[in-house]
Design a protein. Structure first.
Length: 317
């Protein structure tokens, strides 16, 4: 799975960077976790397999020293978006790109195995994961337990890198399928949409994991969820306050969400929060022909202003 090549590349770049961000085994066999390597002797502990799902680029804006980072295709979109928005210095990042055929949603695996403890995990050459629990072995096709984003992935090969591990992979997923879920949702009536989101957001416990994991959430201490001056939302656990938080979050991501799916991956209540931002992305594509994190030379629509926008009609006041 390219692990040796990644290790060799990290060993080569090491004198040039202070830290390399990659993955190691997590607290059990089914979890990978971020791994910060600060000396070559630590390289051996890194892992690379379809459990390496986290978008590690979230760390980049807050790190001032020169770092190396391992990225998949979808992760690389965040780097491009950061560069478009001037949030990181390209000179301070060494990007190790790894073409990717799909990662695993641990939540989906745990559902499949009835939340049994995981004793062992293995991968075969036919795209399966074999999970051993106290009740025995279960073989699952990775294509059946991947996050939704992988089912329509257009960028399996990183769009920006300094070192590419292995050969580039072309997407075999139809481009027109990317926003198919949004088109289906748009076809619902207003009442149906309202009922859907009320049912979903009712479960939100406002833990803010979705915000914390989002690489493009950059307000930090000034987040509307916490500021008391101005006091945008209260701590009341009402549907109204939950809507307020999620709508503002989604609007702050307008034209900036790189569809990495981290917000959904970390949500303990399984709320499809990425769908809100994807809807806005679909509108951005339609209005400005803009896709976040894809072309280094693009300017995010919300960073520009034209008096006359080709596809936006001003209200006559
Ligand atoms: S969206 Fe694409 S690049 Fe990202 S994890 Fe899935 S298959 Fe890999
Ligand atoms: S992670 Fe889920 S439960 Fe937590 S604030 Fe976000 S949507 Fe709500
Ligand atoms: S809103 Fe969700 S999908 Fe979009 S960039 Fe943030 S974490 Fe990724």
């Amino acid at each position: 799975m390219n692990t040796d090549q990644i290790k060799e590349t990290i060993a080569r770049i090491f004198p040039d960077v202070e830290t390399v961000i990659c993955y190691q085994q997590g607290f059990d066999k089914i979890h990978a976790t971020p791994y910060f390597i600060s000396m070559p002797e630590q390289i051996d502990k890194l892992i690379w397999n379809p459990l390496c799902a986290q978008n590690l680029t979230s760390y980049l804006p807050s790190i001032k020293k020169k770092v190396g980072i391992v990225v998949k295709g979808c992760d690389s979109r965040t780097i491009i978006q950061y560069l478009q928005e001037g949030l990181i210095d390209r000179e301070k990042v060494v990007i190790i790109g790894v073409p990717c055929t799909g990662v695993i949603s641990v939540k989906k695996v745990l559902r499949e195995i009835g939340h049994q403890p995981v004793v062992e995990v293995a991968f075969d050459d036919s795209g399966n994961i074999i999970v051993t629990t106290p009740e025995g072995e279960k073989t699952l096709a990775i294509a059946d337990i991947c996050p939704d984003k992988c089912t329509t992935c257009q960028y399996p090969t990183p769009l920006v890198y300094d070192h590419l591990i292995g050969d580039p992979i072309q997407s075999d997923k139809p481009k027109e399928d990317v926003y198919e879920d949004i088109r289906r949702f748009d076809a619902k009536t207003l009442e149906e949409k309202k009922a859907y989101w009320e049912k979903e957001l009712e479960r939100c416990i406002r833990c803010y994991a979705c915000r914390n994991a989002c690489p493009m959430c950059i307000c930090q201490d000034s987040c509307i969820a916490e500021t008391r001056d101005p006091h945008w939302i209260s701590q009341a656990l009402s549907l109204r306050e939950k809507f307020m938080f999620h709508m503002i979050h989604a609007v702050h991501l307008a034209g900036r969400c790189v569809e990495c799916g981290e917000c959904e991956r970390v949500c303990p209540m399984d709320i499809p929060v990425a769908k809100l931002k994807k809807k806005i992305n679909a509108e951005m594509k339609d209005l400005f022909n803009y896709e976040p994190g894809v072309n280094l030379d693009d300017k995010p629509p919300m960073y520009t202003f034209n008096v006359d926008e080709a596809k936006i009609k001003e209200h006559k006041l």
